[in-house]
Design a protein around this ligand. Sequence first.
Ligand SMILES: *Cc1c(COP(=O)(O)O)cnc(C)c1O
Length: 239
Amino acid sequence: MSLTFEDRVQLVEERISKACERSGRSREDVQVIAVTKYVSLDTAKTALSHGFRHLGENRWQDAQEKWEAISGETANGIDEQPIWHFIGSLQSNKVKDVIGKFTYMHSLDRLSLAEAMDKRASQLGIVVPCFIQVNVSGEGTKQGLAPNELKGFVEQLASFKSISPIGLMTMAPYEAEPEQTRPVFKALRELRDVIQSSSAHGKTITHLSMGMSNDFDVAIEEGATWIRLGTILVGKEEE
Ligand SMILES: *Cc1c(COP(=O)(O)O)cnc(C)c1O
């Protein structure tokens, strides 16, 4: 049995609405990023034509073909342009590939990266909205700042004029029982609340990028404003 794109959209939408209802939130406060990293250009176009304007990719090598076909100079026939989100970890020397092409950066996790991003954005004359990635769970394999490093980092970011921190991002460890991820999402929300009220430069940090295919219902209940959905929404195509 394989689901059509419409089926998947409907299932996901129902779950988002229910999670919003359960937590007394409004559906408009949760935005969906369709993560196209596992799928072809055609599938990315299908998502776009179904109204998913926010597309996420985690490696420039994988994104390049899609980006160029949809948003590059040779692209044509795409009426509604997507808004690209870079969600993967990024080496500083790759910054030049993605700044200017991706509107949002979700994986800001160190000063050297902030410096490289700021420099490139400044050359292009743009200000890049960024999410600061936090490793809430402390899992060794996850990128991100430790929670206790966040405040100092936010203060340091204030000197960069071409990047603008707008929120926090995290990845929960995979759990067979998604409810187990709740403490991670709750902790990110609490960190956001603390940084907003305690840091002179934390006022703009309002968003929470959290929740993936396996755990987005719980993330919404805990306050996610952006959820990043790959497999469950656009599927996963084998190479
Ligand atoms: C791949 C990826 C996703 C989407 O993963 P799914 O489990 O397929 O929904 C979300 N966020 C990040 C950072 C990713 O790398």
